[in-house]
Design a protein around this ligand. Sequence first.
Ligand code: BMA
Length: 308
Amino acid sequence: MVQFKRDVLKRWARNPIITLEDIPYPCNTVFNGAVTKFKDKYIILLRVEDRRGHSVVVKAQSEDGYHFVVEKKPCLFSSEMEPFKTYEARGVEDPRIMQVEGIYYVMYTAYSRYGPRIALAKTEDFETYERVALVSGPGNKDGVLFPERINGKYTRLDRPIANEIGNIWASYSDDLVYWGNSELVAEIRRDYWDSFRIGASVPPIKTEQGWLEIYHGVKMTTSGPIYRLGVFLLALDDISKMLGRSEVPILSPRERYERIGDVNNVVFSCGAVVEDNGEIKVYYGAADTCICLAQGTVQELIDNCLEN
Ligand code: BMA
């Protein structure tokens, strides 16, 4: 029986945690940040859109996960080198940070007039980045790497658009450059809050009960899309096996800062930090206009996947 309840995640009382006022140079908006804990500090790689409408990535750091200091200039921006130059001409968007076999990777959307593609870079310090490859064709975004190989292969989730439908797929690689064996992992649900499009948001989190994925789901309405967050759980050794999926969102736009902005009615996460005590801090872009924080526990999210 579905419980009628409000959000599973609890908003930080002092949201938003980062706004345009915190960016030390003129720009249009800040949203959708990737996060990790690095050398005892919380790092967010913010998507900052300039006044032309092109996005770059700017680093922010924090001691406590609540109060962030934003750096004075971007750390990752459209490359001057081909083949990246052509496909990043309109910016780099929605980064995600993953650590795989001791190396930090940033997967992001390379955006150009040919549409979105997924690109991969690596970094040792979050200051300088070395491009690995463009890892998808056009019409694909929301790429996240699993933190370890599955059945010997690097594994990722992504979101190709086909027939205007956006579902979550997986693909596999031996070298992080060439990807294949694509398979469907999760589908939109007709008549649900995630009936229009879905995409991976937070890089998959390994738990004893399975891979926990916090994803975004979109419903199309007469006044435009509504972006919400949900969760599903995949089998550890076979990610095509869905163990459970929450019927209800874990976070929906309700507060003014989520309702009104450059794009209304959006909560969109690119990363979370799991603390040693099982708590989770989910960072999210609100209304494509600021960065916010909502918290819960990993177990609560798993229970939401399995309650039906
Ligand atoms: C998605 C992405 C996100 C954005 C969201 C809502 O397609 O482009 O960056 O936050 O739309 O506008």
